[in-house]
Write a protein that binds this ligand. Structure first.
Ligand code: NAD
Length: 279
């Protein structure tokens, strides 16, 4: 019988812990706001921005939402980022992705001060993660580590395979698992013998972006399977990168979609805000 890793419950625990710390910081006059910038009105982005505001309200972090018009120029956006960089009342700055195509995402993300980069996307923070120095860490992979630790799953010495090498999930996931002393393999779209490699994993992390891509023949009996994917199946139903129904019975523990990694991303953003404010 497998254990269902409950991301909803674990993310709630984290937010409750942070609530106390945020209240103490407020009392000591150390609290600073999270500024969230959205350009355009992509409905999915609006939902994500709304969820972040809700989480801030719950934890007790002041949030500022900047909703800019789709036609906003790169210069105008960079000006706002600079203004927020210089504002001592703001401790974290987040630019909701994707940005409209006339704006260079890299230019904007690297304009955010690394000290306020609560998404952990700035090259300085990515570099710090690589060399084992403190800094902000990308929220989704940080959430996966918390899911494993808080579910009592040992990482040290384990064979971990990640499918996906994106800058936001796959690569920082590899760095974080290395930091926990795992043996890490990163697979991607050009990997040969993907199933054989995946089958070596004690912990298999799927971050592919393809509905139900990981089937039972990818999974070693008793492995732990973490599903980062958020996709829609042919019936427009939310599903992960893992074919849960065929895979679950072969695992010792698995995350569902929804209710697994998803809620952890916002919880870890809150963590970055509260912990970052303490530096
Ligand atoms: P991405 O598209 O940037 O990267 C996908 C990766 O999968 C690439 O590195 C690619 O090489 C690899 N890949 C694609 N096809 C493959 C194949 N056939 N075999 C092996 N590897 C293959 O995606 P991403 O941003 O890393 O996101 C991955 C998934 O995670 C998506 O479903 C996304 O929606 C989801 N996601 C969820 C959260 C969350 O909060 N839970 C956060 C970020 C992303």
């Amino acid at each position: 019988m497998y254990k269902l890793i409950d991301g909803k419950k674990i993310s709630q625990e984290i937010k409750d812990e942070l609530k106390e710390k945020a209240a103490a910081m407020k009392r000591e006059g150390k609290a600073r706001a999270l500024a969230v910038i959205q350009v355009g009105d992509d409905p999915a982005s609006s939902v994500y921005v709304g969820n972040k505001k809700k989480a801030c309200d719950y934890v007790g972090i002041e949030s500022q939402t900047y909703k800019l018009k789709e036609e906003t120029t790169q210069e105008e956006l960079l000006e706002l980022v600079e203004k927020l960089n210089a504002d001592d009342a703001v401790g974290g700055i987040l630019v909701q992705l994707p940005l409209p195509s006339h704006i260079n995402e890299y230019k904007v993300l690297t304009a955010i001060s690394p000290d306020k980069d609560v998404d952990g996307f700035h090259p300085v923070n990515v570099g710090n993660l690589s060399i084992g120095r403190p800094g902000f860490v990308s929220c989704t992979p940080a959430g996966v580590i918390q899911l494993l630790k808080r579910s009592g799953i040992e990482i040290e010495g384990k064979e971990c395979v990640i499918i996906g090498r994106s800058n936001i999930v796959g690569k920082p996931m590899a760095m974080l698992l290395l930091r926990e002393n795992a043996t890490v393999t990163v697979c991607h779209s050009k990997t040969k013998n993907l199933k054989e490699i995946a089958k070596r994993a004690d912990i298999l992390v799927a971050a592919v972006g393809r509905p139900k891509f990981v089937t039972a023949d990818f999974v070693k009996e008793g492995a732990v399977v973490i599903d980062v994917g958020i996709n829609r199946d042919q019936n427009n139903k939310l599903c992960g990168d893992v074919d849960f129904d065929s895979v679950a019975e072969h695992t010792s523990a698995i995350t569902p979609v929804p209710g697994g990694v998803g809620p952890m991303t916002v919880a870890m953003l809150m963590y970055n805000c509260v912990e970052g404010f303490c530096i």
